[in-house]
Design a protein around this ligand. Structure first.
Ligand code: ATP
Ligand code: ZN
Length: 284
């Protein structure tokens, strides 16, 4: 049986999280600094590449799949399929101009020069807005371009905005929100496709689990009905009698995002001894 070949970024922002996700999927890969590694417990071979080289490798079938930023996928223009968003490596691609410019809308960029590492994405954004500007592709230190007179504005990845600020720039438009994604070759052979589907299934279980917590609490029996409404769980909560007369223990799952509001309401309804635990995998 042939291995699935997956490429991930070598020594960059996404490397550790990509390996961590595989690990959570029960696929352990040791990164001993080499270009290739074989996974244990899964027929998978990992190739470590620069993120910019991943789209080409997947399109050409050198690799079957890859993990990289959506921004790099879009900029590459390669024929590869995005299979799954992975919830890490979140960032945005934004246009920025000198802080002292008075900026109203994208029309400001008409006839101006924009420095960026992402010419393709910027071009398609401006086309959509009906603005024509000159785009200067540069490969590093984009944020200094305006101060050295190379461009009027820039388009670059922003996470906190502090780099822009320290270069006298202000963010004026967000043109793309990006996160790490799993991509694949558009026509994998059936055997590899089955392996990839298995991996995707595991990834989904891990990602789903991170949205939920397991919750256990004690409550007086007369409060159970109202407490149940707050904790619908996957199908319905589990209710077990406590040794103490008139009390029960209730087990369920709860969403991470509205967790604290619900906990407050549960306490008001009479819940006690609330325990909350992480869930490792969630299979629906
Ligand atoms: P490589 O050497 O592989 O070409 P790189 O310098 O192009 O690396 P990194 O800086 O490691 O790339 O970033 C990889 C990806 O991480 C980006 O393409 C983007 O999707 C994501 N990312 C998330 N937050 C940030 C950030 N603050 N700055 C840059 N990239 C970020
Ligand atoms: Zn890169």
């Amino acid at each position: 049986m042939s291995n699935l070949r997956l490429c991930i970024q070598k020594g960059g922002r996404l490397s550790e999280k990509s390996l961590g996700l595989l690990n959570q999927c029960g696929v352990s890969v040791s990164n001993g600094g080499s270009l290739k590694a074989e996974a244990r417990h899964f027929p998978l071979e990992v190739l470590f590449l620069r993120d910019d080289d991943i789209p080409q490798a997947v399109q050409d079938g050198v690799a079957d799949a890859g993990i990289l930023g959506e921004n790099v996928v879009l900029e590459s223009g390669k024929k590869i399929d995005v299979v799954e968003k992975l919830g890490f490596g979140r960032c945005r691609l934004s246009l920025a101009v000198r802080r002292e410019e008075s900026y109203d809308d994208t029309a400001w960029f008409e006839g101006k020069k924009i420095a960026t590492t992402y010419p393709r994405i910027v071009e398609s954004y401006l086309r959509e807005k009906g603005v024509s500007a000159a785009i200067e592709k540069i490969n590093g230190s984009v944020e200094i371009a305006p101060s050295i007179g190379l461009a009027d504005g820039i388009c670059d990845i922003v996470s906190t905005g502090s780099t822009l600020l320290s270069n006298g720039l202000k963010e004026v438009e967000t043109i793309l929100r990006s996160e790490a994604v799993l991509v694949k070759h558009p026509s994998l052979d059936p055997e590899k496709d089955a392996l990839l589907r298995d991996l995707v299934f595991r990834i989904q279980s891990v990602l789903k689990a991170s949205e939920f917590k397991y919750i256990l609490l004690n409550a007086p029996n007369e409060a159970l009905e109202t407490i149940k409404q707050e904790l619908p769980g996957m199908k319905s909560p589990t209710i077990l009698p406590l040794a103490k007369e008139g009390w029960s223990s209730l087990h369920s799952v709860i969403r991470e995002d509205d967790f604290w509001e619900r906990i407050g309401r549960l306490k008001d309804l009479g819940a006690e001894g609330i325990l909350v635990c992480p869930i490792e995998k969630m299979i629906l």
